[in-house]
Structures are given as C-alpha cells and as structure tokens.
Write a protein that binds this ligand. Structure first.
Ligand code: DC
Length: 219
C-alpha cells in the first residue's frame, strides 16, 4: 500500500527541504507543487501575460504543459512544454506571479488534477499550501511547518545573497508577509492548518534536526 505525506506551511518555513529529505530517506517520490504553480507564473511572464488577468490566463491554459521528472541523482526537474525550467523559477518575480495566478479556479483545477495523478499508487511526499486540506485529504501523515517571520526572511535573504541577488532583509520580510497574506486569504483552497496536522516550528532547528525529528517520531 502506498503512504502519503502532506506538508503544508507558509513560504520559506522549510517545507521543501524537509519534503525532499524525507522522500530521499524513505525512498518516496517528492512532489513540489509550488514548482508547478511557479512554472505557470514563469510562462505568463515569458509570454508578456498579466498574471492578474484571469480571463486571459484561462484562455492560454491549454497551451501550458507542466511536468515533473527526476534525474539519476533523484533531483526533481520541472518542465514547461518540454523545456527544463528548474533553474529559472526560483526568483521573487516568478514567486509573485505564481502566488497571484494560483488564486484562479482554472489554474488550480489543472494543477490539482495533475498533482493527484502524480501521487496515484505511489508513496510520496508532497509539499505546498493546500495538500492536506484539498489535494490529499486522506494523507497518512500531515505536517504543518512554520517558523518565525524573521527567521524565514533571514533564510530567504541568505539564499538570495548566495544567488547574487541584491536585496535587504527588510525587503524580503515585506515580500514574504505580502505573499503569506495572499496565499492564506484567497477564496480557493487557501493555506490552512487542518485539524489532524502536526505543527512543527523550525525556527530554532537546523534542517537535519527537523528531518531526524520527523523520522524518529513517525517512522
Ligand atoms: O512553495 P512556493 O513558494 O514555491 O509556491 C509558490 C506559490 O504557489 C505560492 O506563493 C502559492 C502557490 N501555491 C499554491 O497556491 N498551492 C500550492 N499547493 C503550492 C503553491
């Protein structure tokens, strides 16, 4: 029987680091749903489409094919219409385009159907905002990952600095708060902690400590 782990939480709380590591340790498939919304955001930017324009987005959705694949080292790659865009979607602009366009019903319908299909009959670890509440409501383990705003902003700031992006902690913090607000206040499948989710606050923990904690407590 397949085992499903659903991991939700706000941006930069450590969801994908945990999901990736658990999938590796347990031999499960890792499904990064944020990357799929980012692929749509990237398409909209590349094609000069306003990511607030629901009608226009609906009219191009059929032209957008998002797929996930894994290389020999089991690293996840995201493909947009057959092209590997994995290293192009981790920017602030693509994140914003993903957060705004993910509010629209047809965008969510398309990606949720794909996410459920990818998870079919497989043991997997899926991270996002609505995994336990909507995509995989029967998941065997539901984790809700949080960290203080300041800690998340610092982590994001260091990641951006490493990529050579010129920014400040204050700017990153403001962007994070704006995105969290939008992701948790939208009408359709907003970020929520379901009743049977276990909350883990990673503020004072290293990435390895979080993985060890989950493995020891649940496996
Ligand atoms: O996790 P991330 O930062 O890569 O996600 C980018 C955006 O995609 C996020 O701000 C909101 C949206 N998203 C969503 O609506 N539902 C999900 N399951 C995952 C992401």
């Amino acid at each position: 029987m397949s085992y499903k782990i659903a991991i939700d939480g706000p941006s930069s709380a450590g969801k994908s680091t945990l999901a990736k590591a658990l999938a590796r340790e347990l031999g499960y498939v890792y499904i990064d749903t944020g990357a799929m919304y980012r692929a749509i955001g990237y398409y909209l930017i590349e094609n000069g489409i306003d990511f607030h324009d629901e009608e226009k987005i609906n009219s191009v959705l059929d032209k957008i094919d998002v797929t996930l694949d894994y290389d020999k080292e089991n690293n996840l790659h995201v493909y947009l219409n057959g092209k590997d865009i994995s290293d192009k979607i981790r920017t602030q602009t693509v994140g914003e385009a993903a957060s705004v366009s993910s509010q629209f019903a047809k965008v969510r319908e398309k990606l949720v159907a794909l996410q459920r299909k990818l998870a079919e009959e497989k043991s997997c670890c899926m991270d996002g905002r609505d995994i336990a509440s909507n995509v995989l409501p029967n998941a065997n383990l539901k984790l809700y990952i949080v960290a203080s705003d300041e800690c998340r902003a610092k982590r994001r700031y260091l990641e951006e600095k490493e990529k050579g992006i010129d920014t400040t902690i204050e700017k990153v913090l403001a962007e994070l708060r704006e995105r969290d607000y939008r992701d948790s206040h939208r009408e359709l499948n907003p970020l929520t902690k379901v009743k049977d989710a276990i909350e883990i606050d990673t503020t004072e923990m290293t990435a390895d400590e979080v993985v060890d904690y989950v493995l020891q407590r649940f496996f």
